[in-house]
Design a protein around this ligand. Sequence first.
Ligand SMILES: [Fe+2]
Ligand SMILES: [Fe+2]
Length: 472
Amino acid sequence: MAGVDYTERIPNNVNLGENRRLQRALEEWQPKFLEWWRDMGPHGSQANDVYLRTAVSVDPQGWAQFGYLKMPDYRWGIFLAEPEPARAIPFGDHKGRPVWQDVPGEYRGVLRRLIVTQGDTEPASVEQQRHLGRTCPSLYDLRNLFQVNVEEGRHLWAMVYLLDAYFGRDGREESEGLLQRRSGDPDKPRILGAFNEKTPDWISYLMFTYFTDRDGKYQLASLAESGFDPLSRTCRFMLTEEAHHMFVGETGVGRVVQRTCELMRQGKTDDVRTYGAIDLPTIQKYLNFHCSVSLDLFGSEISTNAANFYTMSLKGRFEETKKNDDHQLKDATYPVTELDGDKVTVREEPALPSLNERLRDDYIADCQRGVDRWNRIVKEHGVDFELRLPHRAFHRKIGVFTDVRVSPDGRLLTEAEWGAKKHEWLPTPADEAYIQSLMQPVTERGKFANWIAPPARGVNGQPVDFEYVRLA
Ligand SMILES: [Fe+2]
Ligand SMILES: [Fe+2]
């Protein structure tokens, strides 16, 4: 099936109409989802007409259609990538056997936990971003924010489908739970730390889509290798949508960097705050923060859970099928960055419990590519400054570096040294207040806030000054 059935109440390409029990469960969940969206989705923007893309097919060529929609009318649905004929499990103890179309009984609890943890991040990010619409730097950026938000809502649907279709009553309870937890709520927080942080301004948001959505890409890519085929197919289609979220982050931060450098050159000064822009050292601090909290999302360096997920053939490596080894890793080792007394060192560890660290390595390499592109913008403007990813041990709250203080260049520090320097490395209340002072909405067609350059091109071939959101 290439097309999606939009005549159904829940658009889908999984023949939902043929499974009455599942259809009923999802139709009962749908109004609760909409209620959550009204309460926790983009604040004050539900009546606007937004130029949104909607998935109409899972064919990577031409899968989306663009048009004006009010967000609550977005057709959230269930879309799985086409099955790969005769797909075999690519890794772990079950390697080589046909993929599972049903949940293997002995892995039920583990698999459910994996799906719930992924699912929980999707509504969490919508909650984190719900107030940003009020301070958008342009209609173009506002539209991109809303596009990301509706698609995170769809990713929630993707996970709820798996829970309801394959996990019976437990799955339905988890589906309810996904609508009940709230980002940052001390009593019922979202599951993962980064998804309880605030996203109070657009620089945080752009860094979030660059760093935290990219964690999503790596988690989804390793779940897309899963021996549980419905999970694999769901994640493969989610990755198609996810690419846009990272595009928003990479180009967004790039446009901020560009604007800053333009003003530095024009004014022949580093102090662009006098022009209402964001100086490069402040951009670096936001980068440090968002990179470090996103590194935590990969989990502990040495993890039995990670080993089990792999051995059980549930969660693979990034690009598992492209790797040339035995895909079981029982005798393999992997270099892991660790703490050795008062030094940060690299040691060979058994490969299976090191899988979180390996995924973190793939992620860091990917993050670096975008930073290189930002630095090219800096260079093109003749500015002498280099943005850098912080050392993986910097500002960590999970794993072996939790209890130590490490500088962005990887030196272990005393508490006193950290205290004296941290204001140079992480946003201070004064930085946050300054950024907040810039957050004035710009909603005139084709106009952009002074701290961000316009994009190189518009959305879907439309001009940059297109009316991407018609404000109600
Ligand atoms: Fe997502
Ligand atoms: Fe995303």
